[in-house]
Design a protein around this ligand. Structure first.
Ligand SMILES: Cc1cc2nc3c(=O)[nH]c(=O)nc-3n(C[C@H](O)[C@H](O)[C@H](O)COP(=O)(O)OP(=O)(O)OC[C@H]3O[C@@H](n4cnc5c(N)ncnc54)[C@H](O)[C@@H]3O)c2cc1C
Length: 457
């Protein structure tokens, strides 16, 4: 059988050649200039306009809106953050950890409100998330996580452990000893979200230029092949691609996540599987997997673990050898053996950004007027929205609860030079994979995964 081309399922809803904003072909003078038309750049533009509708804002995008992770992700919008809440608390205090958790929980409703208000169709559906616990090791870690979450204000109705029978009423996964069920999630179509947001911003006066690479970014100025943009405030919203910018190779490491999508499933198969309310699903392995039932009745499913490339290199066209997708497909069939014979129609990759501390950052330097946010790893849909609100406050000089959270920083620790980075990151990925095997074999939480988090901080 000929393997399907490596293009995101989500891109079928638009033609990447169809422009939302023309390439820049003149010089511009604006108040705020933003590099990158993914969620971070666009949410920042959105909240800047909410704070002050008179602001003149330009966004430049090297490829097209949604070319990056924002147009490729799993569409699992959830109240998570790459740095766990105990690390937020360690960097601040318990009350801040609790307030931060509440802001994350409210993030789903916030996104839903904006979509409603601006009539953006993103197949948005508030729903539950279900993480199946498929061995005793996963179960033990889940019990501990739910206990910890109570410390940060997650109540039973927000996050709860359920037994195998109740889990099966949501979805029938193989070997489920139980599940964690969480509220505060939404299934979204990631590309419709990013492109709908971009169109609404253009309608509100934002100057958006696709096919416009920023080739120089310095305080007060962005250079592009077609023109120069002057702005007192500049936002770099380039996430994993930051590694390609001069002098920034060690700020954010690009890691790949790979995704597959099935053909639309017949109703009989949905009746067998469940997920009747488009619940988002995963199991509780260390090397994360994530899936959603799409609005058109498929399963889109992804997983991490593709190796880090030496010197933070990014594959220009994002394509992987065909066999790289086999473990992702195998993980999906392992969770839902009912899908064994269902064809995979789409496979694609996306690249996400990781800081040295595995801790996202929102950064603003008042003196130079330069800002950036990123390092969300695979928890970016809600975090980018929070970044947009936070950067908008920082850039407009508002002092708010958001600007007091500990991910707001002046400086971020850099990664080690090569070959240490390559050795360390790939060793960590192997460690996660072996921790999953140990838990499967022994039924006990794998201590080696805890070591990794100790090394990160
Ligand atoms: C496969 C995958 C699955 C994921 N699944 C989920 C999920 O289910 N839930 C979740 O919460 N998060 C998920 N994430 C993470 C989430 O998608 C990201 O955190 C989020 O999209 C980051 O948005 P961003 O705008 O910061 O970056 P991006 O969307 O990557 O945008 C950066 C943009 O900058 C542009 N750019 C780069 N350099 C330049 C330049 N020099 N000049 C102009 N433009 C430039 C790029 O072309 C790109 O469009 C996933 C990520 C991936 C890769």
């Amino acid at each position: 059988m000929i393997p399907p081309p490596q293009q995101p399922l989500w891109w079928e809803t638009f033609d990447p050649a169809e422009t939302i904003g023309p390439p820049l072909e003149r010089d511009l003078d604006v108040d705020v200039a933003i590099v990158g038309a993914g969620y971070t750049g666009l949410w920042t533009a959105h909240y800047l306009l909410e704070r002050d509708p008179r602001l003149r804002i330009a966004v430049v995008e090297r490829a097209h809106v949604g070319f990056g992770a924002s147009g490729r992700n799993g569409g699992w919008a959830f109240a998570g953050f790459a740095a766990e809440l105990d690390r937020i608390e360690a960097d601040s205090d318990l009350s801040t950890g609790r307030r931060f958790a509440a802001v994350l929980r409210n993030g789903i409703a916030e996104i839903g409100d904006v979509l409603d208000r601006y009539r953006i169709d993103a197949d948005y559906q508030p729903t539950d998330g279900i993480e199946f616990l498929r061995n005793e090791g996963q179960l033990a870690r889940a019990v501990a996580e739910v206990e910890t979450s109570r410390r940060y204000g997650w109540r039973e109705e927000d996050l709860r452990l359920v037994g195998p029978e109740e889990a099966a009423t949501i979805a029938r996964a193989a070997d489920a000893l139980g599940a964690i069920v969480s509220g505060h999630n939404a299934a979204v179509h990631p590309a419709k979200l990013v492109r709908g947001l971009a169109r609404s911003l253009v309608a509100r006066g934002v100057q958006l230029h696709e096919a416009t690479p920023a080739v120089g970014i310095i305080p007060g100025r962005i250079d592009t092949p077609g023109g120069r943009i002057r702005a007192t405030r500049i936002v770099r919203a380039t996430e994993a691609y930051t590694a390609e910018l001069p002098g920034l190779r060690r700020l954010l490491v690009p890691l790949y996540s790979l995704m597959v999508a099935t053909a639309p499933l017949p109703q009989e198969l949905w009746d067998e599987i469940g997920l009747a309310h488009r619940e988002l699903f995963a199991d509780y392995r260390h090397l994360l997997v994530y899936g959603q039932r799409t609005a058109d009745g498929r399963i889109a499913f992804g997983g991490r673990g593709a190796p880090y490339r030496y010197s933070s290199a990014i594959r220009p066209d994002g394509s992987f050898p065909d066999d790289a997708f086999a473990p992702v497909h195998a993980a999906l069939v392992d969770i839902f053996p009912q899908l064994r014979d269902v064809p995979i129609t789409h496979r694609w990759s996306g690249v996400l950004g990781v800081t040295r501390r595995w801790y996202p950052a929102a950064v603003f330097d008042r003196v130079t007027g330069m800002a950036w946010a990123g390092g969300y790893v695979g928890s970016g849909i809600v975090a980018t929205n929070l970044a947009g609100r936070t950067l908008a406050d920082l850039l407009t000089g508002a002092s708010s609860e958001l600007t007091s959270f500990p991910w707001v920083r002046r400086r971020v620790r850099r990664w080690e030079p090569e070959p240490l980075r390559w050795l360390g990151i790939n060793a960590a990925l192997r460690l996660m994979r072996s921790a999953d095997r140990v838990e499967q074999r022994t039924g006990r939480p794998a201590r080696r995964a805890e070591w990794m988090w100790k090394l990160v901080d």
